[in-house]
Design a protein around this ligand. Structure first.
Ligand SMILES: *Cc1c(COP(=O)(O)O)cnc(C)c1O
Length: 454
């Protein structure tokens, strides 16, 4: 299994040929094949057992049966949830990271990889206006980042003074905060103080009023700001929330998993004013910074606080903690072993330059603006709110929930687009989530025209 023999040679050729063909798809088609687990089991019968198989046979099963049952999130027709649009450069380098088994645990083992990752983290910190001492690591996603950051916030609150017995720490969140924040609070045994946000945008005033009305300001460990919301792309009042957090003596965490990439777009940079005050900040390059899955940048204003919470102690690990100048990414989140998942982004940024990233992000913003205008110009459609980022919410007059679902399934069956409906203030509505720079406005028009049919 570990030597290079004739079978390995054949396998290298066929797997690389497959990867090459996939890389050359331009554009990537959507795909959606058999999804019934019983049918898939039947098709794969006997493949996984005590005896091995010819690699081309196994690859053939992947290519013919399994791959088509995966919707390509990197297709310009993937307009649901939050899509992906990794650059070809980042995909290629991801393959290299795998083939070279590059990890990014400790400086002792992986200084070169970590140095490159840290340059990217520094670039993101600069875009956010975080101080020179800021730093962190790449984790698997926004959920992992939120959990790691709020664990530090909780320990920070504890160190400032204990809670009365049986009383838990609380975290201020808006009603539109991401679902992973609620999971995080459950895991960390903290409670949410949910602040209803007018027009889905959390402000400092709303937070201070809610805390005053609630009467236990000493329980607030952190304030979570969203930049911007996943469902609608709305950026909270970051400056106001920073001031409120300061007044409460609480940690400010900014969840920019989806929208944080907008920091690279000059046309909307001012909407992030106040982000420079964040104690921790998360942005997912696997979303709108065009990196492969899975990759989230997690930054702390004072990384030493995170290190004191997340560093793992073990006899066999003492050797990596000998020199305080050495940066160990493992110390800044709940993980130990980690793939150097920031490297594909580093490579692609170096190849293309940051200006190309700004341009690609701006193109999705422009598409959202065009789309809003197209919607407003059709009398059978209604725009729900002007897009701030690259998400557009709208309704089809006269449709009920079932109509949206049927239409969306049909759109996928015809391979036009993947565009599941969402829920807005209790109502089922249609939602575009753009980020692929190659999604053409002609596709948007075709989709909107399609909705004219009763
Ligand atoms: C996507 C998203 C998350 C979760 O990120 P994962 O990478 O899916 O774990 C958290 N917060 C926001 C605002 C998001 O959009």
């Amino acid at each position: 299994m570990h030597s290079v023999d004739a079978t390995t040679e054949r396998m290298i050729r066929s797997v690389l040929a497959y990867a090459e063909n996939r890389l050359r798809l331009d554009p990537v088609p959507l795909d959606k094949g058999e999804r019934d687990p019983a049918e898939l089991d039947l098709a794969l019968a006997g493949l996984l057992g005590e005896q091995g198989h010819d690699p081309d046979q196994v690859l053939g099963a992947w290519a013919a049966l399994l791959a088509p049952a995966v919707i390509s999130a990197d297709s310009p027709r993937f307009l649901g949830f939050i899509p992906a649009a990794p650059t070809k450069a980042s995909l290629l380098f991801d393959m290299l990271v795998s083939c070279a088994s590059i990890q990014g645990i400790s400086w002792l083992e992986a200084a070169g990889a970590i140095h490159a990752e840290n340059q990217v983290l520094r670039l993101i910190a600069d875009k956010a206006g975080l101080p020179p001492g800021a730093g962190g690591c790449f984790v698997s996603g926004g959920s992992a980042g939120n959990l790691s950051a709020l664990a530090v916030a909780r320990e920070q609150a504890k160190s400032a003074g204990p809670r009365p017995p049986h009383q838990r720490w609380r975290v201020v969140v808006g009603t539109d905060a991401h679902s992973s924040v609620a999971s995080t609070l459950r895991l960390l045994e903290m409670d949410a103080l949910v602040v209803p946000s007018a027009e889905h945008r959390l402000t400092g005033r709303q937070v201070l009023d809610a805390v005053a009305a609630d009467g236990d300001p000493g329980s607030i460990a952190a304030v979570v700001a969203t930049a911007g919301t996943t469902n609608a792309g709305i950026i909270d009042d970051l400056a106001g929330l920073a001031a409120a957090a300061r007044e409460l003596g609480a940690w400010l965490h900014v969840d920019g998993a989806y929208g944080g990439a907008g920091l690279f777009a000059p046309s909307i940079r001012d909407r992030y004013a106040g982000i420079e005050h964040a104690d921790s900040f998360v942005v997912d390059p696997h979303k709108w910074l065009f990196a492969p899955y899975d990759c989230a940048a997690l930054l702390y204003r004072e990384p030493a606080l995170a290190r004191s919470v997340h560093r793992q102690q073990a006899g066999y690990l003492e050797v990596i903690h000998g020199d305080p100048r050495e940066w160990n990414p493992t110390d800044y989140a709940y993980h130990l072993t980690r793939r150097a998942r920031g490297l594909p982004l580093w490579f692609s940024l170096c190849v293309h330059g940051t200006a190309a990233y700004a341009e690609a992000i701006e193109s999705a913003l422009e598409l959202a603006t065009h789309t809003a205008a197209e919607i407003s110009s059709r009398d059978y459609l209604e725009l729900i709110c002007e897009p701030q980022l690259s998400v557009v919410l709208f309704r089809r007059r006269g449709w009920r929930a079932g109509d949206y679902y049927r239409w969306s399934e049909d759109l996928l069956d015809r391979q036009v687009a993947f565009m599941p409906p969402t829920s807005w203030e209790g109502e089922t509505v249609a939602r575009f989530a753009f980020l692929h720079p190659q999604t053409p406005v002609s596709l948007v028009r075709a989709i909107l025209d399609d909705m004219a049919e009763p």
